[in-house]
Design a protein around this ligand. Structure first.
Ligand SMILES: C[S@@+](CC[C@H](N)C(=O)[O-])C[C@H]1O[C@@H](n2cnc3c(N)ncnc32)[C@H](O)[C@@H]1O
Length: 311
């Protein structure tokens, strides 16, 4: 039986303005996130000593707080991550997609870097946070800045029905991991992937991978950040399982980047690690997958594609 996933619904700036008239904040997981900020922006870019990453190990001890970036959306990614991906894989005017955009970190970076962008989230409150973070005007001194098109949708990453085939230049997204942070604990939301047990999660991530493959232009890349967990004191390699799901639908593996973790929230885990003598998980993976231009590429890159046989 095929499931019916929610269709994409555009949420506009007018919707956001109406929402903030009635709501001063939203609650994401257990954290109150204030809306309608009168942003006092000190800087629109990373510190001057910033240079794009050159290796497959990324580490951002200072997560980045330029423009409207704030670390108070549980599980949001450092703006350095989408910045690096956007600079490496796109040009001005290209289309970037984050179909699990959360607080909209990727979209804020797209706006600053003059890339058009589409953001989607299953949680309407998250879409409002993203619109709140995008609610700033940017008038840089360099004369040629042209305001990109940024669209935000309430929808499901498994059904990108308003996005055409072969239309996106870069996907940069950070899916929730099976059962780690529940983004919609307060409002029970059955479409929230963070609430699924591992095997079911992987099945649903296959839909996310298929949709990513469909909307991406041939030759372009899809980058995802994904971490692992521990169960009964043993390591659960969620990231590699998700990598397999993306290879399964036809992607080619271009990069496996190790991202070091700095703010490990779980003091409980730290305490347990000491008690049970296992290592604290201190890294996540950023996989960069490429959609091939044609079938011939599967032969050329045969060591970077799905290696297992079905059945
Ligand atoms: C790790 S967070 C993304 C954080 C984001 N990168 C940021 O910087 O704020 C994962 C997001 O996926 C969303 N999500 C969960 N299931 C989804 C689904 N089926 N479709 C779209 N979004 C989903 C959650 O609501 C949450 O906002």
């Amino acid at each position: 039986m095929t499931k019916n996933y929610k269709d994409m619904k555009e949420i506009t700036k007018e919707d956001y303005i109406r929402f903030v008239e009635e709501n001063e904040f939203v609650i994401i997981e257990d954290v109150k996130v204030k809306l309608n900020k009168n942003w006092d922006i000190k800087s629109y870019s990373p510190p001057e000593n910033y240079t794009p990453e050159k290796t497959t190990v990324w580490s951002f001890p200072d997560r980045g707080s330029w423009a409207t970036h704030k670390g108070n959306y549980r599980g949001n990614w450092s703006p350095y991550i989408p910045r690096n991906l956007i600079l490496k894989y796109t040009a001005k005017g290209d289309w970037v997609l984050d179909q699990m955009m959360g607080s909209g970190t990727t979209l804020v970076e797209a706006k600053l870097l003059e890339r058009n962008a589409i953001g989607v989230d299953i949680n309407l409150d998250a879409v409002m946070v993203a619109l709140d973070r995008l609610n700033f005007s940017y008038n840089p001194l360099f004369p040629k800045y042209s305001e990109p098109i940024i669209k935000t949708y309430w929808g499901d990453a498994r059904n990108l029905n308003k996005i055409e085939d072969n239309s996106i230049d870069l996907i940069a997204t950070h899916p929730p991991y099976a059962g780690i942070i529940s983004y919609t604990k307060n409002k029970k939301q059955s479409d929230d992937l963070s609430q699924l047990p591992l095997e079911e999660y992987l099945k649903e991530m296959e839909k996310v991978a298929e949709e990513s493959f469909r909307v991406l232009k041939p030759g372009k890349v899809c980058a995802i950040l994904i971490g692992d967990t521990r169960k009964h004191k043993y390591y659960v390699p969620i990231a590699y399982r998700v990598m397999q799901v993306f290879l399964e639908v036809g992607f080619i593996l271009k990069e496996d980047i190790i991202k070091l973790q700095w703010n490990m929230k779980a003091t409980r885990e730290r305490w347990r690690a000491k008690e049970y003598e296992f290592y604290l998980i201190g890294h996540e993976h950023i996989f960069v997958f490429r959609k091939p231009e044609d079938e011939k590429e599967y032969k050329k890159y045969k060591f970077s594609i799905k290696w297992w046989k079905d059945g």
